[in-house]
Structures are given as C-alpha cells and as structure tokens.
Design a protein around this ligand. Structure first.
Ligand code: ZN
Length: 323
C-alpha cells in the first residue's frame, strides 16, 4: 500500500466493523484486496456522512448512567461531581450532537473516557474528548493498536498510528476498579473475543454492564481476526457475560438495541453456538467456504439476526475462519 493510501485512510477515518461487511454485502461475495480498498474509501465517506447527520438518541437508565446511540458503538455516560465518564467515543463527526446530548444530561465537565476496544467506531472521538478534558483509559492492547500501524489481513489494509492525544494514557492488563460519581466502575479484560483488546465496564451500584462488541444485540456480530478475535472467543466472552449478570442487570451491547438484558444475551449465545456447530460440521466434511455459505448454516437465524451490515454470508465466513 502506498503512503498516499495510508494518509488518506488512517485508522481514525475507518470503521473496521462496517467496512468489510458492507463491501462484502455490496459485492455479494469475495472481494479482491483492491476492490475491498475501493469499497473501503466509499464506506469511510458513508460512515462520516451518516454520523454527521444521525441524531443522538438518549436512554436514561439509573444511577446516573445513560446511553447515547447514533454514533458508532453505543456510548455510556455517567454524570456526577467527579465529571462525566464516557464509555466509548463514537465518530468525530457527531461531536456537536454528542456534546449537546451530554450537556442536556448535566453540566459537569467531561473528565474520563474508557474505550471498550481499539476499533474506529469506538475510538474515533478520543481526540476531541481528550481536548474536552477526558483522561483516556483502556486495555493495554487498545493502547498498542492505537499507537502503532495496524494491518487487517482480510482487507489487505494498513492503518497509520493515531495522534498522541487520542491514545489512552492509563492502561491495565487484567482488571481495574474506579470510584467516580458515587459509582464503582469495574473494568475487566476478556480473553481475546471480538479483538484482543475487549473489556467490559460494570457499574456496580446501578447493576449495569457495558460489554462492548462482545455482544451485538439482535444482529450478527463482526469478529476481527486480524487483532485476535475468533468465534470461540466470542462464545467464551458471552458465557462470561451471562455468568456476570442477573435477570435484573441492564446489559449494554456494543451494537444493536442499546438497552438489553440477560434473556436477550442468552438468545445471542444460543445463536453463536448453533451457527458455530453448523459451520464446524460442514468444514469437517471438507466443504469449501463457498460450499459452506451455499449450505446456509445460519438459515434458521437469518430472519432475526441477519438484518444489519453483517450479512448471513459474511457471518458464515467469519465463523468458518475460526472453526
Ligand atoms: Zn468493534
């Protein structure tokens, strides 16, 4: 890849979760790296344009915790005298709408930002949130991925490092507990799942758990094998999420309907396991990827789960890669 491409399409202008999916859906099949790159350019503009126009929808939960929906991944905000704490940063183009929504919640300054993982649609806003005064906390692998050039093999794609203000200054490897705004925030790293940088953020007193992109509510998830993700890791993370919540817990997914619960999370686990088993069986029979997709191993789930950017064919491919 030429330097010109790199400068035009830094990670900060790129949504790893959406580009491959939409490129794949648009083509109806495999893309050559060159085609994928051409699609990616268009998708970046689409994402920017979409974020620039999409209103931010606010869901007030409890214990001072709210969700902002409409800019990349679902953003959680905790208000209080210690300053607003953001979980994920959305897309930069949404800045005025995110600020407006956050100011409607309270006039506290923004003091802290936690990234659930390194992907663009969760970290693009790091720069401006840092300029607003937020210290950025994340897993050490998020720091590593944002600090250095990255390659996503599926799209033959190289990404430039993020500018320093967008890079987390506080990192951890396993777990971290914060006491802010009368709320105990528990940050916990997953074994590699959607990426190798995923963490959950639990709000103890409010009994709310933000599980990042380990959970896509009602839609097939993206899995980023380029930075350590796998279908097995996604299932393990989902089992860990189920073990961590009760029927009373509010579960915030990275994508999809933002206010979720244990029953929906359980249905998601059942979907992942069933499709993993179906695809593994076909792969063991030495079916090629094309033959496996043609056998429609996701068929019974498609009407409910296949209505977003991760199409049945793409999700089959992502599972096939890991079984
Ligand atoms: Zn992601």
């Amino acid at each position: 890849m030429s330097p010109r491409h790199e400068s035009k399409l830094s990670r900060r202008n790129f949504c790893a979760c959406c580009v491959g999916a939409t490129a794949f859906a648009a083509s109806g099949g495999w893309l050559t790296p060159r085609q994928a790159l051409a699609e990616a350019r268009n998708i970046v503009d689409l994402i920017r344009d979409s974020a620039a126009k999409t209103p931010i929808k606010v869901y007030k939960l409890r214990g001072g915790v709210s969700i902002l929906e409409g800019s990349g991944g679902n953003i959680a905000v905790v208000t209080g005298s210690d300053g607003k704490v953001f979980v994920d940063a959305g897309i930069t183009a949404s800045r005025p709408r995110i600020l407006g929504a956050a100011n409607d919640l309270s006039r506290d300054p923004i003091s802290c930002l936690i990234n659930t993982h390194w992907h663009f649609d969760h970290t693009d806003g790091n720069d401006w949130l840092n300029a607003e005064g937020a210290a950025i906390i994340a897993h050490e692998n998020t720091h590593k991925h944002l600090m250095s050039a990255q390659r996503v093999d599926d799209w033959d794609f190289n990404f430039s490092p993020s500018p320093l203000p967008a890079v987390p200054t506080e990192t951890f490897s396993s777990e971290k507990t914060l006491s802010l705004n009368g709320s105990t925030l528990h940050l916990k790293h997953y074994e590699a799942a959607h990426t190798d940088s995923d963490i959950s953020v639990g709000f103890g007193e409010a009994d709310i758990l933000h599980v990042g992109d380990t959970y896509w509510n009602g839609i097939y998830p993206f899995i980023d094998y380029s930075t350590g993700g796998s279908i097995g890791g996604m299932i393990n993370a989902t089992e860990a999420n189920l073990a961590a919540v009760t029927d009373k817990t509010i579960v915030i997914p990275g994508h999809g309907a933002p206010v979720s619960n244990r029953a929906e999370l359980s249905a998601y686990r059942d979907m992942l396991v069933a499709i993993r088993d179906n695809v593994a069986r076909l792969k063991q029979q030495e079916r090629s990827l094309e033959e496996t997709i043609a056998a429609k191993p996701t068929a019974e789930f498609d009407a409910h789960w296949g209505q977003f950017v991760i199409t049945p064919a793409l999700f089959t491919r992502l599972v096939y890669e890991g079984v």
